[in-house]
Design a protein around this ligand. Sequence first.
Ligand code: DGL
Length: 288
Amino acid sequence: MRVDLLAGTAYNPAVMPAPVPTILVFDSGLGGLTVFSEVLKARPDARFVYAADDAAFPYGRLSEEALVARVLTVMERLAVLHRPDLAVIACNTASTLVLPHLRRRFPFPFVGTVPAIKPAAEITRSGVVTVLATPGTVARDYTRGLVAAYASGCRVNLVGSTKLAAYAEAELEGRPVPDADLAAELAPCFVEEGGRRTDVVALACTHYPLLLPRLKALAPWPVAWIDPAPAIARRVVHLLGGPVPGHEEGDEESLAVFTAGRGLNEALRTALQIKGLPAVTIEDWPLK
Ligand code: DGL
């Protein structure tokens, strides 16, 4: 099935200023904010809808079938309500599975977020790289395919953390987790064998860059950390073009949408406002 959206008002360039696009940034929770910030820098004129499907968080624990069904259901509702010109799936766990389904069903373009295995293989000197993701992303055929295609000459250490995404959410909600808990999740990322050790960690869950300063401080030795957000912002500009002249940042009110809003406390509302999302709505879309 394909969702047909109602056409907007016809654009007449002789009498109307050039329209700005609506960009939907979608994640299971707050991780996509790391991508949103980069896309906002690249298209400060755009209208943004940041959608957090927190009713189904964390996606990393859902079966593949359940995840495909959930993302399609939520996207259908968001598409009808917000009519995006482009959607960024700011979630590796969803992108590595659901993108072909989304592209078949909706008429607007999708930009996905997938593990930066190719860039990691290109910059490693030791040949030992870690991909830090969710258990879902680690288990995907798509991820294994990236390793085979781009990093067959490396020792690729796939680490699926069950807790880090929730720790990142807690941090933004003003409840930082103790160092020892973070260090325990980080430990499997650092491998030393035969005189070689990990020198690159690809952050393959969009939640993890929220914790980057703390991860760097807790790392047993320095490594290059890869955050894919700037590359995703470049892809958005490639598809939509650069900012429309005559529109300033903040002309368009951007909105954060939560499907449950469980963690929405004062600390989080303030963090959202600082990031450029002053308005928040809660839809009650429970995971069935
Ligand atoms: N932010 C999501 C990702 O990039 C995942 C977190 C979750 O498990 O929901 O994979």
